[in-house]
Design a protein around this ligand. Structure first.
Ligand SMILES: CC[C@H](C(=O)O)C(=O)SCCNC(=O)CCNC(=O)[C@H](O)C(C)(C)COP(=O)(O)OP(=O)(O)OC[C@H]1O[C@@H](n2cnc3c(N)ncnc32)[C@H](O)[C@@H]1OP(=O)(O)O
Ligand SMILES: [Co+2]
Length: 134
């Protein structure tokens, strides 16, 4: 099962500008910036109560964030849920008929193993599963 909303991913054009805005909005500083080369993104995280905001900016021309912003503009990109065992949850979601975007979990940001569910199988919302790497 999905334990809680781990983070909300937000696609932004300019990370420095967005970071200032969210620092002003949330009243807290970000706790980390992290590049994930495998995803062609630069991320910046803010802790908000029991969940997080993950700002996502393209780190190169190949980034899916560029394509998303060209198509839909800046804004909410995905919802990420914390799971205890990502393998178990991937199997469960496959059995439930969801389309997974990766056969195996991959290394994400913020010390997580991640997997994505295609938005076409989840009411137009890109869903991410996250398991803490211990
Ligand atoms: C750094 C890791 C970090 C973490 O938390 O650890 C991250 O969160 S990384 C986040 C960036 N990485 C990803 O998003 C990987 C998963 N995403 C993908 O594989 C693609 O973006 C995919 C498959 C969702 C869409 O790619 P595609 O090349 O197919 O683009 P299209 O524009 O053709 O999209 C097809 C279809 O899906 C709709 N779409 C695309 N992105 C989203 C989205 N974020 N939310 C909702 N819907 C989305 C798009 O509009 C198309 O719909 P259609 O009805 O056909 O127009
Ligand atoms: Co994410």
């Amino acid at each position: 099962m999905l334990n809680k909303l781990e983070h909300v991913g937000i696609a932004v054009k300019d990370l420095a500008v967005a970071s200032q805005l969210y620092q002003s909005l949330l009243g807290v500083e970000s706790y980390k910036q992290e590049e994930v080369a495998s995803e062609n993104v630069m991320t910046e995280f803010f802790k908000v109560g029991d969940t997080k905001i993950e700002l996502l900016a393209a780190s190169n021309e190949k980034s899916t964030i560029l394509k998303f912003i060209e198509k839909k503009g800046e804004g909410i990109h995905h919802l990420a849920f914390e799971v205890d065992d990502i393998y178990v949850e991937m199997e469960r979601l496959k059995k439930e008929g969801f389309i997974l975007l990766n056969d195996e979990p991959k290394k994400g940001a913020d010390n997580k193993l991640i997997c994505f569910v295609h938005p076409r199988s989840s009411n137009g919302v890109l869903i991410e599963l996250c398991q803490e790497i211990t």
